[in-house]
Design a protein around this ligand. Structure first.
Ligand code: ZN
Ligand code: ZN
Length: 392
């Protein structure tokens, strides 16, 4: 049995099996939208806790396990979310449960978040709450920003209609078990931009018969970078990062006829992101016009800012304090984006950080792994939040 803090007023008798489940999920990761086995494994495992209902096919592979209180109609519905997906990263860890899917691995700790919700199910099974119901939502495709939106479009999910929504993310390098909260904006909004510039291909010996978009492409990259150099156009931190560029195909005999530039735009304030989006498209139009190129563009992987309600944030903060955990309030939102913002946009909710240790590799790094000792801590914190709302 793993150590569980004596201050946690709950026990998870099958914690060792839940840790083994986490290792199994880690060893068998699946990419965004393809989490069929992961979803099946969890649904089977959760049967032992006799959920009152399992709602399947939420936004694809997603599902919800519902645990009713003794008087389910008498109280609100409180939802906790975990993510099902792994990342297209080759794992650089050597342990008994190293990923067996080459080039795919759990580098964001979603395996740990899933196990944390299983831990919560274990506690709920032993200590059911008085009123209302608790929904454990396993959401697909968080990493590409598609999953939360897809779940929200599903009529079966709309019927669940949660009154409160919560999710946590493990955060290295914060101290193990430290809780990071923030009322209002917690995580930045972001969106990907894919621009195609179209010229005309020709033989490399006859460039005058073609139209090479190379000069336009390099000018566009510089123009993009210039957009965020001066921050005084924006209310708060606003970023644009060119993440990929390509000029034609690899062939010395060909004068290329197309170019691709991809960038990630990011802001704490939605107004800033909207402004940056229109400035970026202006820059594309100017460059295309100057070099006589045709263009098209596409917005991809759009994440709204994750905004927390003051009420839900207070529940998290109070629950953490009740458990004797260290709580800090973030002065600024975190820079990365998170599709849980779609839920907090629609429902009263809060997303918060749970420290996963100062010596841990950063999220999305090839040698990252979720710390098992955080599973009971996260589960107890979620349970305490549910208790404070549903055990009046
Ligand atoms: Zn991630
Ligand atoms: Zn993540």
């Amino acid at each position: 049995m793993l150590p569980i803090s004596p201050t946690l007023p709950v026990s998870i008798p099958d914690l060792e099996e839940i840790v083994a489940l986490r290792h199994h999920l880690h060893q068998n990761p699946e990419l965004s939208g393809l989490e069929n086995e992961t979803s099946q494994t969890l649904q089977s495992f959760l049967q032992r806790y006799q959920p009152d209902e399992i709602v399947k096919e939420l936004g694809g592979t997603g599902f919800a396990a519902i645990f009713q209180g003794k008087e389910p109609k008498a109280g609100p519905t409180v939802l906790f979310r975990a993510e099902l997906d792994a990342l297209p990263i080759l794992e650089q860890n050597e342990f008994a449960y190293t990923s067996i899917q080459k080039g795919v691995s759990h580098k964001c700790g979603h395996d740990g978040h899933m196990a944390t919700l299983v831990g919560l199910a274990s506690i709920l099974h032993q200590q059911p709450l008085t009123q209302g119901q608790v929904v454990l939502l396993y959401q697909p495709a968080e990493e590409n920003g598609a999953g939360a939106w897809a779940v929200l479009q599903t009529p079966a999910f709309q019927k669940i209609a949660p009154d409160y929504v919560f999710a946590l993310h493990n955060l290295p390098p914060l101290p193990m078990g430290q809780v990071l909260v923030r009322s209002d904006a917690f995580a930045a909004a972001s969106v990907g931009l894919k621009v195609q510039l179209h010229g005309k291909e020709s033989h490399a010996a006859e460039p005058e018969n073609g139209l090479n978009p190379g000069e336009g492409m390099s000018e566009l990259i510089q123009a993009f970078n210039a957009l965020v150099r001066d921050q005084h156009h924006f209310q708060d931190l606003t970023l644009l990062n060119v993440v990929h560029a390509r000029l034609g195909d690899v062939a010395f005999g060909t004068n290329p006829g197309f170019a691709t530039v991809m960038a990630t735009l990011r802001a704490f304030e939605q107004d800033d992101l909207n402004k940056l989006k229109s400035l970026a498209i202006e820059a594309v139009k100017l460059v295309a016009h100057k070099y006589d190129l045709k263009y098209d563009f596409e917005w991809v992987e759009e994440f709204p800012a994750t905004r927390n309600s003051a009420e839900a944030t207070a529940f998290v903060e109070q629950a953490a304090q009740d458990l004797g955990m260290d709580v800090i309030r973030a002065a600024k939102p975190v820079r990365w984006s998170e599709d849980f913002g779609h839920f907090t946009h629609r429902y009263n909710g809060a997303y918060f950080g749970l420290g996963s240790g100062p010596d841990r590799p950063q999220l999305h790094h090839a040698d990252y792994d979720f710390p098992d000792e955080l599973i009971p801590v996260g589960a107890a914190l979620f349970y305490r939040i549910a208790e404070s709302i549903l055990n009046p």
